[in-house]
Design a protein around this ligand. Structure first.
Ligand code: FAD
Length: 237
C-alpha cells in the first residue's frame, strides 16, 4: 500500500498551506485573544470549495475524497487549531449529516448555502447531562402538524452562536432501545431558538462554542432527516 500523496492531494495541500500562511497565520493571536470567530476567512474558504468538501458537485460542493479532506484539516490545524476545528465541524458534523441523511428537498435548500459558506453549520448532540453517552439525551421532538417541536438544551455546540443551520439530535421515541433518537435540520432563526452563552475555553478560542439556554424550544419548523433518504432518495421532511 502506498502512502504517497496523489498529485491532486498534493495540489490541495499546497493551496491550503499557502492560504493558511497568508490569510490565517498573521491573525492567529489576535483572534484567539479576542475570542473572535473569523467570519471573513470562512467566506474565503467557501469560495475555495473547502466548506462543501463532501457535498456533491450538483449541490455546489467540491466532492473531495476523505484523504483530500484530511489534508485540508491537517494544513489548517498546522497554523490554527480553531479554524481547523470549525471547518471540520461545519463539514463533517453538520453538512455531511445532511449529505448522508437529508431528503432531496433539504439537500436542495441547505447544501448550496453551506457549501458556499453563505451559511455556517452547527451540530447539536451534547447536553448538560449527556455527551458521548447519548442515550441519556433529554431533548425531545414531537410532531406538530407538518413540522416538529423540539424542546431541550444543548451545550458545547460549535457555531452555536454564529451558525445559520443546526442539525439537532432529539428523542422521538423513548420506548425504543435503538432508533429512538432522530436528527433534525433546524435553521437558527426558527422561532424559539435562543443562541446561548459563548463558552470561554482554554484553547481554540476563535472557534465559537456555545450553550443554548435551558428550555429552548424550536417551534414547528424542524425537519427530520431520515435514514431512508440515503438509500432510496425519498426521505421525508
Ligand atoms: C471545543 C469543543 C467543541 C465541541 N463541539 C461540539 C459540537 O459541535 N456538537 C456537539 O454535540 N458536541 C460538541 N462538543 C462536545 C463533545 O462532543 C463532548 O464533550 C463529547 O461528546 C464527550 O462528552 P462529555 O464531555 O460529556 O464526556 P462524557 O460523555 O462525560 O465522557 C467522559 C468519559 O467517559 C466515557 N464514557 C461516557 N459514557 C460512557 C459509558 N456509557 N460507558 C463507558 N464509558 C463512558 C467516555 O468515553 C469518556 O472517556 C464539543 C466539545 C468541545 C470541547
Amino acid at each position: 500500500m502506498s502512502f504517497d500523496l496523489t498529485d491532486e492531494e498534493r495540489a490541495i495541500r499546497d493551496t491550503v498551506r499557502d492560504f493558511a500562511e497568508a490569510e490565517i497565520r498573521p491573525h492567529v493571536m489576535e483572534w484567539d485573544e479576542a475570542q473572535a470567530f473569523p467570519r471573513s476567512v470562512f467566506d474565503k474558504l467557501g469560495a475555495l470549495g473547502f466548506l462543501g468538501c463532501f457535498v456533491p458537485e450538483e449541490h455546489g460542493g467540491a466532492g473531495l475524497t476523505v484523504s483530500q479532506y484530511i489534508g485540508l484539516i491537517e494544513e489548517l490545524a498546522r497554523v490554527d487549531g480553531s479554524v481547523a476545528l470549525s471547518v471540520a465541524a461545519h463539514n463533517s458534523l453538520c453538512t455531511n449529516h445532511l449529505v448522508m441523511f437529508g431528503s432531496e428537498s433539504q439537500k436542495k435548500a441547505y447544501l448550496p448555502k453551506l457549501a458556499s459558506g453563505e451559511w455556517i453549520g452547527a451540530w447539536g448532540l451534547t447536553e448538560p447531562g449527556s455527551g458521548s453517552d447519548a442515550g441519556g439525551m433529554e431533548t425531545t421532538a414531537r410532531r406538530d402538524g407538518a413540522g416538529w417541536v423540539l424542546n431541550g438544551q444543548k451545550t458545547f455546540i460549535t457555531h452555536g452562536s454564529v451558525g445559520q443551520l443546526a442539525v439537532v439530535m432529539a428523542v422521538t421515541d423513548r420506548t425504543k432501545e435503538k432508533g429512538g433518537i432522530s436528527a433534525f435540520a433546524v435553521p437558527m432563526d426558527t422561532p424559539g431558538i435562543r443562541p446561548g452563552k459563548k463558552e470561554n475555553k482554554l484553547g481554540m478560542r476563535a472557534s465559537d462554542t456555545s450553550t443554548t439556554p435551558r428550555g429552548c424550544s424550536a417551534d414547528g419548523t424542524g425537519k427530520r432527516l431520515t435514514r431512508q433518504s440515503r438509500s432510496s432518495g425519498s426521505g421525508r421532511s
